[in-house]
Design a protein around this ligand. Structure first.
Ligand SMILES: [Zn+2]
Ligand SMILES: [Zn+2]
Length: 177
């Protein structure tokens, strides 16, 4: 990374993923112009007049001040309370068609790497295999239809790619409209 952005264990390069970008905007939480601004999801019942700098995400102040969260906790099964808190309150979310959620592996939240098409997935066969299995379990019984859907990922629908923070395995879920 070319910047001195805070370190996010569960979202290691939010610039590459498109969740944080260079901007002269003032942060809605600390009111400072830090040169970087967060552009993805934040869920709160409060009125927020603007966007957050990555530092107010990292230290939890944005989530605390506006009583919100960057990601829904519902998929975070089997991880510690501390991890749930870190992912939902102190980690940048990401852009997706559906509400973004976090994958879990080895009883820890995985690190979000970014949106991926078929070519990127094919570079991580274990992610492709796991995605194929998940889709079959969710009702894709026609193998040729399923393979067609997979090879077209990146055109319209895409996959969200993660890497296990413990064992390094890649995993993904399909983000379809
Ligand atoms: Zn800030
Ligand atoms: Zn793992």
């Amino acid at each position: 990374m070319s910047t001195d952005l805070p370190h996010f264990r569960y979202h290691p390069d939010p610039v590459a993923s498109g969740s944080v970008r260079e901007s002269a905007e003032a942060c809605a939480c600390c009111d400072r112009r830090m040169g970087w601004i967060y552009t993805a999801t934040f869920y709160t019942a409060q009125e927020v007049s603007g966007r957050f700098c990555p530092w107010c995400i990292a230290d939890g102040s944005a989530a605390e001040q506006f009583e919100g969260e960057f990601t829904d906790a519902y998929a975070l099964d089997g991880v510690s309370e501390e991890t749930v808190e870190q992912v939902t309150h102190r980690t940048p979310g990401f852009h997706a068609w559906q509400d973004p959620y976090w994958l879990v592996h080895c009883n820890d939240a995985a690190a979000f790497l970014g949106e991926a098409g078929y070519a990127e997935l094919a570079a991580h066969p274990e992610a492709l295999d796991q995605l194929r299995l998940d889709l079959r379990m969710s009702g894709w019984h026609d193998t040729s239809q399923l393979e067609k859907f997979l090879t077209r990922l990146g055109q319209g629908a895409s996959a969200m790619l993660f890497r296990c923070t413990v064992c390094g395995t890649h995993l993904a879920y399909a983000d379809a409209t």
